[in-house]
Each structure stands twice: as structure tokens, then as C-alpha cells.
Ligand binder design. Sequence first.
Ligand code: 5GP
Ligand code: SF4
Ligand code: MG
Length: 465
Amino acid sequence: CGVFGVIGVCDAANFVALGMHALQHRGQEAGGIVAYDPEHGFNSARRFGYVRDNFTDPATMSTLPGALAIGHVRYSTAGSKGATAIRDVQPFFGEFAMGGAAIAHNGNLTNAAALRRELIERGSIFQSSSDSECIIHLMARSIQKNIPERMKDALRRVEGAFSVVAMTRTKLIGVRDPLGVRPLVIGRIGEGWALSSETCGLDIIGAEFIREVEPGEMVVIDEKGIESFHPFDRRAARFCIFEHVYFSRPDSILGGRSVYETRRQIGVELAKEAPVDADLVCPVPDSGTPAAIGFSQQSGIPYAMGIIRNQYMGRTFIEPTEQIRNMGVRLKLNVNRALIKGKRVILVDDSVVRGTTSRKIKDMILDAGAAEVHFRIASPPTAWPCFYGVDTPERAKLLAANMSEDEMRDWIGVDSLRFISLDGLYRAVGEAAGRDPKAPRYCDACFSGDYPVAPSDKIDQGFEM
Ligand code: 5GP
Ligand code: SF4
Ligand code: MG
């Protein structure tokens, strides 16, 4: 998901809509905005579909007045799937003794099922199936006198990954979990402030990037400025390495690193680790593009657009049902036949999850007359599900959890298939010595099975690490 907030600029909801539009790649199922204005109080709009179709018309935007607003773009990883219910669309709102508050959450809470059971037993009435709603109920039960303090109480009880953007009547609040698994950045816009999942959300509104919210930090922003708190026990950060590989936009800066440059560097590492003689290096667009450029630069094999993407389709993986996902590949990608015919082609993609995409692309490329097809993948084999906010399927459906690399090559049906090593990936994100197994700097659980936060709900349900 993507979260965004603005304080101190007139018609904040318009800026939030723009920020959400820039973060649309983080969630395409639905979006919502809550705005506050002293005269009209809290107002919200929550809709299915793209930001551009829902939050551009004056009729909607005029219902969201005020200089303080937050927004959320949703991609379901917890709660109802496929047919998302509108009640699961964030931000969530709660009315407390000291006034209302709204919150938007990116990430996934790993103890939400246990918390929900406990809260329901004690009388909480849940409105949605979302894990994030627990935060509102925990805040309602806190005995603290103000909302930021209640939020600290609530967030000390949740486990897992969270980047939260919240608002009261006077404050914009941003928090990252102690490991800082999901991103969150602070920007300055005129006399006001913005919070965004990624820096590309600041760029679109012309905000200046100030800094990241630190892992484990809470920032409370009002007209007096920013106050910073550290409500959690300090721990070594474990940012999601997959944000660098796929999830974030290439024009964003994460942890001081250009996402584009990291992806290009992954391609360089891949070309060193798994060279192959061929005529062309082609990305599977768009997610494989920067790595393909790096692969081409390192190998000296020409880069070319062997697959053309229809720009009017969204991200395939994010389409929640299997059927739509299967159609998705063909609706989204087509082979550039004139270029491919008779050529030995290296295809670079970001990841293999179920293998559906790779297999279909191989069919299309061979059908177009390619002489050889070699897959190079910009992440290690995805052998474990993510429980921190990226929607990977259960282990049984993960190709790499069930097959060796050679078996995957044969199942996909290509001449060769190689993945970047975990060390190679760490080198590309700037860790010259590779991954330190005693203290890895990133979360890489979907590749390593090393979960930095025990997925306790899943363990209760029988998941074996
Ligand atoms: P597959 O067809 O192997 O299940 O899916 C892999 C493709 O899905 C890749 O091309 C990748 O670009 C895309 N993808 C989109 N969203 C995600 C995601 O959240 N996780 C992963 N691992 N891949 C994703
Ligand atoms: Fe990111 Fe993978 Fe960790 Fe999930 S398991 S937070 S996708 S690195
Ligand atoms: Mg892709």
C-alpha cells in the first residue's frame, strides 16, 4: 500500500490526491482520503479503483476541505481479498474523548488475529476485516490523555511491519515500526509538511525531501513544527530489500540510494554472476528494465525492447485473482516480433513468484521465432511468503519453494535460468561484503526464510519456518 499526508497547505486533499497518484504502483484496488477543517470537521471519501478516476473531479474534492489531510492507496495483503469491501478501504477513523483521529497503514501486522480476538472479547466492535483496524481499537482502549500518546500505546502492542500516517484535528503523525520494514519520508511544501511512502510522492507536489522517518520513530507535526519520539525499544533496522528490487518506483530514493541505480547495479552483478552468450538483452517491462540496462552495460550485449508493454494495464501481480492474473500477461505484454526473430535473447525480470509470467513470456518469445531464450532474474528465488505487506502466495504456490533452479528452468521451458545470489543483491544495495548472516541489514525473508519478526498469527495457523 501507499500512504500520504499533508498539513499546513490550503486544500490539502488535492495534494494528497496527487501524492496518492504518484504512489499508485503501491496499490491499485482502492483509495481513500480523510480531510479536516475546523468548520466542516472530518470528511472522508473512499473509492475502488484508480486515484485519477476518483479523486480528480471537483464534486468529490470539494467535499474534502481543509489544510490537513491523509490518504491511502490499497493493495490487499490482509483482510478481504479480491472483492475488497469498501469498509476495508483506509484511512480508518475513530472518535475518541479528546477528538477524532484517522490512520492509514502500509505494512502488515503479524499479531493482528490474536489482537482482534482479544479486543473483540473485551467489547471492541470491528467494522472491517483489516489488520490495521486493530490500531484504532487499541487507541480507544488506551488511558493516555492525548492522541499521539494513545497511538504510542497502541503501536507498542502490535507486531510486524507498519508505516503509519495519521491525523488529529491539529496534527499530522508519521510512524515507522522498529525495524523500518516499509518506507516513509518527510517533505516540506511551502509553510507546510508532507509525509509520503516514497520520495516520488513528494516530487509530484513540488515538496522538498527533508529526510526519512527513522525506523522506530514517531514524528508529530503541527503549526509549531516537527517533534520526534522514539516510542519503541531500539533495534537494528531491517528495511525490505524487495522495495529496492520491485516494489518502489525507480525514481524514488530509499535509504539514501537511488532505486534506479540499485536496480541497474543488480543487472551488473547478474551479468558478472551468470554471463551468457547472446544477441540481445531485453527487459520484461517495466519491472525488469533498469536491471536489463545494467546487464547490457556490463556484458556489452545490446539492449533492446523485445517486449512491448501496453501502458494502459496495471501491475499483473497486484491483480488479486488467479484468473485475472493469467489473462493479465497477454493483455499487458506483447513480443516485438520483427526484432526477436532468429535471435538469442536474454530476458531480464525482477522476480519469479508462481512462474506464470515467465512461462507465458517464454511461449510468446519462442512463438515469435527466438533462437534461444535465457532468463536472468533480478532477485534470488522467492521461496518464502512475505508477512509484512507484500502479497506473496503461500509456500505451496511458490515455484522456488518446490523446485530446484534446474527444475524451474525446465518447467518454464527456457535454455537457461539464473537468479542473482543473495550476496550479489546485497552488493547491489551497497553492502560490499555481501550479506552478513549474523546481522543482515535488510529484511530478505521471502528469499532467505529468515523472518526478522516471528509471524505469530501464521505460526498459530500452522506455518512452519
Ligand atoms: P509470477 O508470474 O512469477 O507469479 O509473478 C512474477 C511477476 O509478478 C514479476 O514479473 C513481477 O514483476 C510481478 N510482481 C508484481 N507484484 C509483485 C509482488 O508484489 N511480488 C513479487 N514477487 N512479484 C510481483
Ligand atoms: Fe520485503 Fe520480502 Fe521482507 Fe516481505 S519478506 S518485507 S517482501 S524482503
Ligand atoms: Mg514484472
